[in-house]
Design a protein around this ligand. Structure first.
Ligand code: PRX
Length: 539
């Protein structure tokens, strides 16, 4: 499959895309791209001309296939004993009610919506409701400050902000609505005034009376949304229409609004989920990431739901009330695929094995890791203690920008090496280059780039295409530069070594400043002036 995916990407991805619902099939060619800054504007398009809707493909399509009564979301609250479930049919009804409400206040295709919610069921509901009507969601992690939220509001100028009264994380209550109030004051000072702040009342965290209220602007979700019909027509959008914006802070400058479009993102996140986790319809899947990050977008909301999976959404903290909470949840829901981050693995490892071994965990089948290199000792603990030595670990390397997994094991299909993300996913052609941008062969060490486009590649940075080109495509012309260092061993396995942001900056100065034609001209002129005037100075 990998061979075909790189020899015939158009045919490979068309066959997979055909499994989804398209109101209108995409045109030809299946994809076009220019990744070489020397040839002009960087441009990536997949399935252009195709009309689809990712919410329809997540919900209606699975319901039509007979999965309406299957559980879509198993929600586990912060406090023990608080939980809820939604089947695919129930989830669709909730999504439609919110979509209808959004339409009623004038939110439509192409409008931005900021979602500042914790891991309540309302978070994926809000994302899907936006997608259903063609609005562009921008989820802001509900741990971010008022300043960060205001910065994002000012950048994308949403028609509405969706939030909740408060949330409990472990033993702590966080007053989210107060943070939003503060952010809305700050954004108004920057000339971006928000007319509607839809607020979900999170009873488990806070009583309604305690929330500060701005009459005319603030509206309780529970007062309006349930009044709307449980069906809502779909807005068919072009495959290249924007689906969402997600801001990444990066090491310098203001946050970058990474923009993902609809069709390619849909096809790629669904396919990576299916293969990298060896997903089967009976699996119960849990990804511990928050939807405020890309992992929550691609592998809590879209990837699993596109596959008709049963998905756990966890509101709380993984060490509350104690370090055994994750394994308690694994046993409670009989989770078979568990996807998390090395930081969590290491922190639970420090708490001791007994927190793990007092739970059975016998439902576990596949484990996953993301976010940073997983050091071999944490990998071994995860494999031997959590997985009882029987669950392969998918160490998935990818980025907000890539939308989906880029380098990842295929569980059971090829040998694992603790600490290596192994080999590229279908259609991905990674290369390692040296500091001059020369592609290295075989066993080597250098900078990780990708030399082709893949369906879920980000298309631009919102409102700043030039920054997109300089940050990602100028350091090593001809390639997408990931910003990561990487080694490749003799078996072709990739070993990520971490961010190399300084290289981006140095290369930027080198390509854009030092060898920019205007600077060369200026240097030339200065030299001319020097030659001309030196004799006069001497005289
Ligand atoms: O340095 C890599 C690291 O996380 C970066 C991407 O961060 P972000 O956009 O926030 O997305 C995180 C979730 C996809 C990468 O450039 N990274 C992510 N996964 C891995 C990793 N480093 C090593 N191994 C991984 N599996």
């Amino acid at each position: 499959m990998y061979g075909r995916s790189v020899e015939d990407p158009a045919g490979f991805w068309s066959d997979i895309a055909s499994e989804f619902y398209w109101k209108q099939k995409w045109g030809q060619p299946v994809y076009t791209h220019n990744l070489d800054i020397r040839n002009g504007k960087i441009d990536i398009q997949w399935f252009k001309g195709g009309k689809t809707n990712i919410c329809y493909n997540c919900l209606d399509r699975n319901i039509d296939a007979g999965n309406g009564d299957k559980v879509a979301i198993l929600w586990e609250g912060n406090d023990l004993g608080r939980d809820a479930t939604l089947t695919y049919t129930q989830l669709l009804a909730r999504v439609c009610q919110l979509a209808n409400y959004l339409k009623s206040i004038g939110v439509g295709k192409g409008d931005a919506v900021i979602i500042y919610l914790p891991m309540l069921m309302e978070l994926p509901i809000a994302m899907l409701a936006c997608a259903r009507i063609g609005a562009i969601h921008s989820v802001v992690f509900a741990g971010f400050s008022a300043e960060s939220l205001a910065q994002r509001i000012v950048d994308c100028k949403p028609k509405i902000v969706i939030t909740c009264s408060a949330v409990k994380r472990g033993a702590k209550t966080i007053f989210l609505k107060d943070i939003v109030d503060d952010a809305l004051t700050q954004s108004a000072q920057n000339s971006v005034k928000i007319d509607v702040c839809l607020t979900f009342e999170n009873e488990s965290a806070l009583q309604k009376q305690m929330t500060k209220w701005v009459e005319g602007r603030d509206i309780w979700w529970q007062d309006v949304v349930p009044k709307y019909p449980v069906t809502c027509d779909v807005e068919w959008v072009d495959a290249e229409d924007p689906l969402f914006l997600l801001y990444t802070s990066g090491s310098t400058g203001k946050p970058k609004g990474v923009l993902h479009t609809t069709g390619g993102y849909m096809v790629y996140t669904a396919t990576t989920f299916k293969y990298a986790f060896d997903y089967k319809p009976k699996d119960i899947y849990w990804c511990t990431a928050d939807c405020g990050w890309i992992t929550g977008h691609s592998y809590v909301t879209y990837g699993p739901l596109l596959n008709g999976a049963t998905n756990v959404v966890f509101e709380g903290a993984p060490n509350f009330p104690d370090a055994g909470r994750c394994w308690d949840i694994v046993d409670k829901y009989k989770i078979s695929i568990f996807y998390t981050a090395p930081t969590l693995v290491r922190s639970l490892m420090r708490e001791g094995d007994e927190h793990v071994t007092r739970y059975s965990r016998k439902s576990l089948r596949v484990l996953g890791s993301v976010g940073e290199p997983i050091n071999p000792s944490a990998w071994r603990w995860f494999f031997n203690v959590v997985g009882d030595g029987k669950c392969p670990i998918s160490d998935t390397w990818w980025q907000t920008e890539t939308g989906g997994f880029m380098i990842t094991p295929m569980p059971g299909a090829w040998p694992q090496k603790p600490g290596s993300a192994t080999l590229p996913f279908f259609g991905v052609q990674p290369v390692i280059v040296d500091e001059k941008g020369v592609e290295l062969e075989g066993e080597c060490s250098g900078y990780l780039c990708v030399k082709n486009s893949w369906p879920s590649a980000f298309r631009t940075l919102y409102g700043d295409h030039e920054r997109y080109e300089t940050t990602y495509f100028s350091a090593f012309p001809g390639y997408y530069f990931t910003g990561d260092g990487c080694n490749r061993d003799k078996d072709g396995y990739y070993w990520l070594t971490g961010r190399v942001d300084d290289v981006i900056n140095v290369r930027y100065i080198y390509t854009r400043v030092l060898i920019h034609p205007i600077y060369l001209l200026l240097l030339f002129e200065l030299y001319g002036a020097y030659v001309q005037w030196t004799p006069h100075w001497h005289s």
